[in-house]
Design a binder for this molecule. Structure first.
Ligand SMILES: NC(=O)c1ccc[n+]([C@@H]2O[C@H](COP(=O)([O-])OP(=O)(O)OC[C@H]3O[C@@H](n4cnc5c(N)ncnc54)[C@H](O)[C@@H]3O)[C@@H](O)[C@H]2O)c1
Length: 297
């Protein structure tokens, strides 16, 4: 029988509320200009609920973008969060932000495509607090190519990170999640559902993540484990800002990937994942939630 981890004290909660408001205020400043709608009204919750007290969560890709926002949101909701990323420095920044906000977080540097590292990382997370209740697989890479130019090694690397990495973390975590009645959220994409021009490799990986997650959901649902995906679209993160486009691209074709009301910050995804990780989603299993501002509607 697993013992819930100790809840944070009142001072921690107060500090956390102040910190989270500050983060959302910063997000509002950054994104107000691009959309005309403040994310404070669109997505932010100044004082997150405490739905995850006593829970332990593992988040991959926690050094940046959506993964970082998820780690901070889960910590804000009371979870002890084991943060995983390839880049130790950005990972430590995430953990420090969570701690400064009164949350509890540990860092575990790991290449999600390495079987040995994933095995050791899941073991370390479980050893840290004695249980695992939630897994968020957010680590991912994106590249754009003309399909007829894709090098096999480039194809393999995207699959290694986006699909094999998600597979490995699910496989290693499921025995622990079964003990706690836990759950998984994997990052799919709008490209799991609709064609993404020049994104053939990426969409192949994300379509597979969606299909794999549904199969996990039906295989383990009767045993009390839930597995869902989110399909973000047009989220303003380092990934979406820094991706390189191949020569000769007609950018107007990318309009099909744009949210109707413009890009949104990663907190819009983190809030949905916090709900899926909590008992509020007790009857949601094998579901995909598009968070794309109506792109594919
Ligand atoms: N931004 C969007 O609009 C969008 C849309 C659809 C899906 N997604 C998905 O959401 C997830 C998060 O994306 P993001 O936009 O926050 O990107 P991001 O680049 O900001 O963050 C991705 C993180 O994954 C980490 N990572 C990459 N390779 C890794 C590896 N081998 N091992 C461990 N960590 C690794 C990176 O270091 C980074 O911290 C990804 O799976 C992405 O495919 C994003």
């Amino acid at each position: 029988m697993h013992r819930p981890v100790r809840a944070n004290d009142r001072l921690g909660r107060a500090l956390l509320a102040i910190r989270v408001s500050g983060l959302y205020a910063a997000a509002g400043f950054l994104y107000h200009g691009c959309s005309g709608v403040s994310p404070e009204t669109a997505c932010a919750q100044e004082q997150p609920m405490k739905r995850l007290e006593g829970k332990v969560a593992l988040v991959t890709g926690a050094g940046s973008g959506i993964g970082r926002a998820v780690a901070l949101r889960l910590a804000a909701e009371g979870a002890h969060v084991f943060c995983v990323d390839l880049h130790a420095e950005s990972l430590e920044q995430t953990c420090e932000a969570a701690r400064q906000a009164g949350g509890v977080a540990l860092a575990g540097r790991c290449d999600v495509s390495s079987e040995d590292e994933v095995r050791a990382t899941v073991a370390a997370a479980v050893a840290a607090w004695g249980r695992l209740d939630h897994l968020s697989n957010m680590a991912g890479i994106l590249r754009f190519d003309h399909f007829h130019d894709i090098a096999l090694d480039d194809f393999k690397r995207v699959i290694d990170v986006n699909l094999y990495g998600t597979f490995l973390f699910c496989r290693e975590s499921i025995p622990h999640l079964l003990k706690t009645g836990g759950n998984i959220v994997n990052a799919a994409s709008t490209s799991s559902h609709a064609g993404l021009p020049w994104g053939g490799v990426y969409s192949a990986s994300k379509g597979a993540v969606l299909a794999m997650t549904r199969s996990i959901a039906v295989e383990y649902g009767r045993l009390g484990l839930r597995a869902n995906t989110v399909s973000p679209g047009d989220i303003a993160t380092p990934m979406s800002k820094s991706v390189k486009m191949p020569q000769g691209v007609d950018f107007s074709w990318m309009d099909r990937c744009k949210a109707l009301h413009g890009p949104r910050p990663p907190e819009v995804v983190a809030g949905v994942i916090a709900m899926l990780a909590s008992d509020d989603a007790a009857h949601i299993n094998g579901e995909d939630i598009r968070i794309d501002g109506g792109t594919l509607s």
